[in-house]
Design a binder for this molecule. Sequence first.
Ligand code: E4P
Length: 218
Amino acid sequence: MKLFIDTADLKEIREIASWGIVEGATTNPTLLSKQEGHPHDILREICEIVKGPVSAEVVSQDHEGMVREARELAKIHEHIVIKIPFGIEGLKAVKQLSGEGIKTNVTLVFSPSQALLAARAGANYISPFVGRLDDISNDGMEIVAQIVEIFNNYPDIETEVIVASIRHPMHVVEAALLGAPIATIPPKVFRQMVKHPLTDIGIERFLKDWEKVKDRMK
Ligand code: E4P
């Protein structure tokens, strides 16, 4: 499973990309609204750092507006993928953009039927939101399981699943166990994934024991 970073915070992206494990990034209007500066400049910078697909979302409600916005966003950098909110207008926009060779990520997907429609419209990626489903007492990961199974049933579907709205490391592990191709992970969860108390204790113990050997090294 590929790991994308789910933020528009350049400092965080630079730091976590330096670990050597980030292969793409996802943003949304909320994430970009939290940062200073022109959103297009931020997106360009993210593309330069991650050197992989970077999702940038349109805010138009009609498909003509979505396509117009998508064409502008796509000019920012070759890595830009256009995030299109799920809906009938979104499906029309995806169809049009896929014909133009502009990559799309259909976002706000909450059911397997929505995922199937987006795939058939020609989306390169779809983003089911596990955390937001869990928040309303639905099993977000069950929806991901169904989508992955459906896409695997039809090898002509090339759409990749990006597991989104991840809240904790177990969401990442469960997504990987299901064989989801990509998870997009907030910086906080990346840091939680690093931590294990036994690793910290182990390092402390090794260093302490090595103190006894140090004199013999001279
Ligand atoms: C990424 O594509 C989504 O926009 C993001 O994961 C949503 O996360 P949230 O549900 O925590 O806002």
